[in-house]
Design a protein around this ligand. Sequence first.
Ligand code: SAM
Length: 277
Amino acid sequence: MTTKPHPTHLFVQEAYGAIARIGGGCGPQSSCCGGGRVEEVAQGVGYSVAELATLPEGVNLGLSCGNPTAMAELKAGEVVLDLGSGAGMDAFLAAQRVGPEGRVHGVDMTRDMIARARQNAAEFKRRTGLNNVVFHHGQIEEIPLPDASIDVVLSNCVLNLSPDQDSVWQEIARVLRPGGRVSISDMVLLRPIPEALQADVRALVGCIAGAALVDDLKAMVAAAGLIELTLTPKEGAVQAMIPTDDPMAAHLLGLLPEGTGPEDYIASLIIAARKPA
Ligand SMILES: C[S@@+](CC[C@H](N)C(=O)[O-])C[C@H]1O[C@@H](n2cnc3c(N)ncnc32)[C@H](O)[C@@H]1O
């Protein structure tokens, strides 16, 4: 990894490193997750019971906000990149869809997540016979892969954690082959969040404070040269992700103006787009 870490990177690495070491659910610093109800959260954001059953134990850490792989229409033989791959959840689902002729690259900047994902890859291979997933340590603002090498970019609840989302979109466009496509789940702001929430670093790791406004997202995608953008809300995902008995979630919800709820500010979207052929 060559990029100098931003303070946000260090904070995110610390929080997600702790989650990787615990091996599921949220630590005291919490995350974009539902407080340890990993199965419930995963199903609430769009994964089927059948899909989840294909994954080795410890792959689903309850950190997702949608199911971008299901929306990506992956084909056998395609080369896929999962940005912020965590313990490998979407990478392993994609690997089954692209099959032995295809390949899936996961990129994550948190060393403990990469270590966990690589362990999971060994168990995934033992179960499925597939050896088509590779995990790279690196930042999504400087993707460690060559130009025009990827058919499909996936990501799940990660872009909102980046302090430089413009660069992430430029990098996505760089690594995509002409005609390549994007299927990304992320938390996106419908309107600006209250200042108190913006100032609370826990809201960043809770996938709120770093979320882009819808119009800013559209501008970044267009500036990267990607076309045919569609934004599809995943109904019920925000509610599924909010832990019911977590002090941090209660604290963050308490910072919202009276009479408003999280769904007034934030949505889980599937962001689809394409690089011109
Ligand atoms: C909310 S978790 C999602 C993990 C995975 N996508 C999933 O759905 O299970 C965010 C992951 O993105 C990684 N991450 C956050 N910001 C990143 C960045 N700028 N570059 C690389 N990885 C990043 C974190 O280390 C963490 O593993």
